[in-house]
Write a protein that binds this ligand. Structure first.
Ligand SMILES: [Zn+2]
Length: 755
C-alpha cells in the first residue's frame, strides 16, 4: 500500500500524471502488467521500489520501446537548481492556469485534502485525489504551485468528503490541465467503482481504469459513509454529461473476475439512498478481462494542437524539414523561469503528407514501435532515442528548452528494405526493376505511363519498325490499331468504352510520346555511295551529312529528295527483350495506385529480388500501404503480358508473404496479365490461395471487418486497359463499387474471378 501511495504522490507532481498507469510486478499480476505495458504503449517504467523484480521487468520491456526515458533517465534528476522530475512537472501548467483563469475568477473551485497517515482510507484518498510529499521526503514537490489555485483545505480524517468536491479540482485532476484526451468509447465506464479499500489490486484497477479515460470515482465498501456524498455528486455529474449517453452512470464492481461466477451485484443501499430515485444506473463487473477491451490504451492526452510552417530544403534526393516550434503550452511559466528547462516533454508531429512526400522520401511512418530507434537514426540523427511512432504521426521527445525541430524525411527505399528485414528478408534492386524505373521515367512518371493502357501504344513500342525507324504517319496507324474484322480501329473501340479518352486522337497520343522523348527523330535515305538505306540521327545533321555505313560525306541538299523523317525508339525501349516484361508491371502498379487508400501515404517501388536463407525470388513490384492507423500492408506480385504465371514464382511469393506476416506485417499478393482472362491452371492456383488465406487471421482489422485474411489481387486486361482518368465504378455485383485500398481490391478480385 505504501508503494501505491508513493506512486500516486509522484504522478500528482507530473503533468498528465493521472494518465500514467500503475503496474504490479513480481506477484501473480506480472503478466497482466506486461499486457498493460504493451497496450498503453508505455515508454518509461519508473520503479517505485528498487527490487530484482522491477529491474527484470524494466529490462524485459525496454526492448519493446526504447526511448530516451527508458534508456538513460530516472524519474527524478539532479539539476543545478536541485532535484527535479525528469519530465515536465506541474509548476508550469498550474502557473499558466492561475494566470489565465484563477486570477480572473474564472476557475472551478479547487480543494486540497489531507489525512492522517494511519487512516484506513489513506490509500483510497491518495489514488482518488492525489497527494503531495511529506516534508522531508526526497521527492520534489509542486505543492506551492497548487496553492496558486487557492484550494479549500479539507481534513478527511475528521470529516466526510462533501458532495460539491466532485466538481472541484483535486491535485490529481489538476495534472490534466491544458491537456485534451482523445476519448473514443471510454465514457461507457463513467461513474463509480466499488472496491475494497485495503486491496492493492482494486486500487490499481481503479487507477488504470481512470488512466484509460473513464471518469470514475471509488466507493470503498467497508467505509462507504465517508465518501457517500462525494460519490453521489460524482454520479450526478456523470449522469448530466450529455444527452447522447445511453446509460447515466455505471457502477462497476472491481475484482469480479469470472463472468460465470454467481455473484449478485447489488447496489449498496447507501448509494441508492444518496442519489435521486430516477437516476439511470448500469451495473458492471470489472475483472482482468476489461483490459483486453479494444478502447483501452488509446492515444495519450495532448495539449492543444498548433499548425506550424516548416521550411523544406531538398539536397539531391534528401528532404530536410526545419520547424520553429510555436506557442508552447505554458509560455508565461517558461518566461518566468518556472519550468525546469532540461525536463522532457513530447512534441507530436502530424505531417500533412502532400507537402512532405516526394517520390523518394516520406514522413508517413508505418506504426511499428520496434522501429523507433531506426526511425530516429534516419530522421533525427543527433537524437537516436528521441522518437516514438504513433498511429497518426510521430512524437519527438525533447527537453523543454529546445524550440526548433530538424528532421530528415525518410528514404522510401530504405524504409521498404527495413520492413522486409523485420521478416528476415533482404531486398535487392534488380535489373528488371531498373528497366521499369526507366520506362516510367521516360513516359513521364506514373501519370504518363497510363498511355501504356492503350493496346496500340504497346504495339508501337513492341514493333520492329519503331526500333529501326518509322514515319509519324505509320506510327499513328499502329496506335489506331486497325482491326481486321471490323471497320472500326482498336483505338475507336477503346474510346467508345471509355469516358475521358473519347476526346483523344491517335496523333495526340503520338505527340505525348514525342514530347516525352520516347522517340528520336532521324532522316532515312539512300546513301549515294554505298547504296544502303540508313537513318541519320537529327543531331548529326548539318549542311553536310556523313553516311553511318560507309562514312562517305555528301550534301544534305542533294539527299533531301530521296529521304524522309522517321522516328526511332530511344533509350530503354530500343532493347526489345528488356521492355516487354516491364509494361505489365507498370500497368499493374498504376492500377493498384488508382485505388490506393490515401490515409497514411503509400510507397510504390519497381521489381526487386527478395532473399532469405533457402529463398531467392523476385517480385515485380513492391507496394506499401498505410491504413488509417498507419499500420503497414505490403503488396508483392507477378505480372505477365501474354505468358503464363509460373507456379514456382507463386510459391516463392507465398513464402515471402508468410515471413512478413510472421513479423506482423500484413501482406497481399497481386497478379496482373495483359490477357482478357487467366488460364484455367492459374485460376486453380488462385482459388487454392484464396482458401488458404481465408483461413488465416487478418492482421489489421477494423471492428466492422471480417477477421480472415484476403486472397490475391487479380487484374486482367479488363482492368489494366481501362480508362485511368475516370473514377469508374467496378462491375456490378462486386463487394466494393469504388475499391479503396488492397483489401477492397482483393475482395473484388475474389468475386470477379474466383467465385
Ligand atoms: Zn554509305
Amino acid at each position: 500500500m505504501d508503494d501505491i501511495i508513493r506512486a500516486a504522490t509522484i504522478c500528482t507532481q507530473i503533468w498528465g500524471g493521472m494518465n500514467n498507469i500503475l503496474l504490479s510486478v513480481g506477484g501473480d499480476r506480472t503478466s497482466l502488467s506486461s499486457q498493460l505495458t504493451k497496450r498503453f504503449g508505455v515508454d518509461f517504467l519508473a520503479p517505485v521500489v528498487e527490487s530484482e523484480e522491477t529491474a527484470a521487468f524494466i529490462k524485459e520491456h525496454e526492448r519493446i520501446r526504447p526511448t530516451p526515458f527508458m534508456a538513460r533517465e530516472d524519474i527524478v534528476m539532479t539539476t543545478v537548481h536541485g532535484r527535479a522530475y525528469s519530465v515536465v512537472d506541474m509548476n508550469g501548467p498550474l502557473y499558466e492556469h492561475w494566470r489565465r483563469e484563477v486570477r480572473h475568477g474564472m476557475s472551478r473551485d479547487a480543494f486540497k485534502p489531507f489525512w492522517r497517515s494511519d487512516d484506513p482510507l489513506a490509500g483510497v484518498y491518495s489514488v482518488l485525489f492525489g497527494r503531495y510529499p511529506e516534508p522531508g521526503d526526497s521527492l520534489p514537490t509542486t505543492e506551492k504551485s497548487f496553492e496558486l489555485l487557492v484550494p479549500r483545505s479539507l481534513d478527511l480524517s475528521s470529516s466526510d468528503v462533501p458532495r460539491e468536491m466532485a466538481m472541484a479540482i483535486s491535485p490529481i485532476r489538476a495534472t490534466n490541465l491544458a491537456l485534451r484526451s482523445w476519448r473514443s468509447f471510454g465514457d461507457y465506464d463513467d461513474g463509480v467503482v466499488i472496491g475494497d479499500a485495503s486491496s492493492v489490486d482494486d486500487l490499481i484497477d481503479f487507477w488504470n481504469l481512470r488512466a484509460s479515460g473513464a471518469d470514475v470515482s471509488f466507493w470503498p465498501s467497508a467505509y462507504e459513509g465517508r465518501l457517500r456524498d462525494f460519490n453521489a455528486g460524482q454520479i450526478e455529474l456523470v449522469s448530466n454529461k450529455g444527452s447522447d449517453r445511453v446509460v447515466g452512470a455505471v457502477v462497476g464492481f472491481l475484482g469480479v473476475d469470472d463472468p460465470e461466477e454467481r455473484v449478485t451485484l447489488e447496489l449498496p443501499p447507501e448509494l441508492v439512498a444518496a442519489v435521486p430515485a430516477d437516476t439511470n444506473i448500469a451495473v458492471a463487473r470489472h475483472g482482468d478481462w476489461m483490459w483486453s477491451d479494444p478502447t483501452v490504451g488509446g492515444p495519450a492526452p495532448r495539449a492543444e494542437q498548433h499548425t506550424v510552417i516548416g521550411a523544406v530544403d531538398t539536397l539531391e534526393d534528401l528532404m530536410r524539414i526545419h520547424v520553429q516550434l510555436a506557442d508552447p503550452p505554458f509560455p508565461d511559466a517558461l518566461a518566468e523561469g518556472l519550468v525546469e528547462g532540461s525536463q522532457y516533454w513530447v512534441c507530436s508531429v502530424e505531417p500533412y503528407s502532400s507537402f512532405t512526400e516526394s517520390s523518394e522520401s516520406t514522413l508517413s511512418l508505418p506504426f511499428l514501435p520496434e522501429l523507433n530507434e531506426w526511425y530516429a537514426r534516419q530522421m533525427t540523427v543527433s537524437e537516436p532515442f528521441g522518437l516514438r511512432v504513433q498511429p497518426d504521426g510521430f512524437d519527438l521527445i525533447r527537453s523543454v528548452y529546445s524550440n526548433t525541430l530538424e528532421l530528415w524525411a525518410l528514404n522510401k527505399r530504405s524504409l521498404a528494405a527495413r520492413l522486409f528485414e523485420l521478416g528476415g528478408l533482404e531486398l535487392h534492386p534488380s535489373t528488371p526493376g531498373h528497366i521499369a524505373d526507366r520506362v516510367i521515367g521516360v513516359l513521364g512518371g506514373m501519370r504518363g505511363s497510363r498511355f501504356l493502357r492503350i493496346p496500340g501504344v504497346r504495339k508501337l513500342l513492341e514493333s520492329e519498325r519503331a526500333r529501326t525507324g518509322i514515319t509519324p504517319g505509320h506510327a499513328t496507324e499502329i496506335i489506331k490499331d486497325r482491326q481486321p474484322q471490323s471497320r472500326k480501329t482498336g483505338f475507336d473501340l477503346l474510346k467508345e468504352s471509355l469516358f475521358y479518352w473519347r476526346q483523344l486522337t491517335a496523333s495526340d497520343v503520338l505527340s505525348h510520346l514525342l514530347a516525352q522523348d520516347v522517340f528520336r527523330p532521324g532522316l532515312r535515305g539512300l546513301c549515294p555511295n554505298c547504296r544502303l538505306t540508313t537513318v541519320i540521327e537529327a543531331d548529326q545533321i548539318g549542311a553536310e551529312l556523313t553516311c553511318p555505313a560507309c562514312a562517305h560525306r555528301f550534301s544534305l541538299a542533294t539527299h533531301l529528295r530521296n529521304s524522309e523523317w522517321v522516328l526511332s525508339l530511344s533509350g530503354v525501349f530500343q532493347h526489345e527483350s528488356r521492355r516487354e516484361g516491364a509494361i505489365p508491371c507498370v500497368l499493374t502498379m498504376g492500377e493498384i495506385l488508382r485505388s490506393a487508400a490515401v490515409f497514411g501515404g503509400q510507397i510504390m517501388l519497381t521489381a526487386h529480388d527478395v532473399k532469405a536463407s533457402g529463398l531467392d525470388c523476385e517480385t515485380d513490384f513492391i507496394y506499401i500501404e498505410l491504413d488509417r492507423h498507419h499500420r503497414p500492408s505490403v503488396c508483392i506480385g507477378e505480372c505477365k503480358g501474354l505468358g503464363q504465371i509460373d507456379e514456382q514464382d507463386i510459391t516463392n511469393l507465398v513464402s515471402v508473404r508468410k515471413k512478413l506476416r510472421d513479423a506482423r506485417i500484413e501482406c497481399y499478393l497481386a497478379f496482373g496479365v495483359l490477357r482478357p482472362a487467366f488460364f484455367n491452371d492459374e485460376i486453380a492456383i488462385f482459388k487454392r490461395l484464396l482458401l488458404q488465406f481465408n483461413n488465416e487471421e487478418a492482421l489489421h482489422r477494423e471492428p466492422h471487418q471480417l477477421s480472415s485474411a484476403s486472397g490475391p489481387v487479380l487484374f486482367t486486361s479488363g482492368e489494366l486497359e481501362a480508362d485511368p482518368w475516370e473514377a469508374r465504378p467496378a462491375p456490378e455485383g462486386l463487394p466494393h463499387s469504388h475499391p479503396h485500398g488492397l483489401r477492397d481490391l482483393a475482395e473484388n478480385s475474389a468475386a470477379l474471378y474466383l467465385y
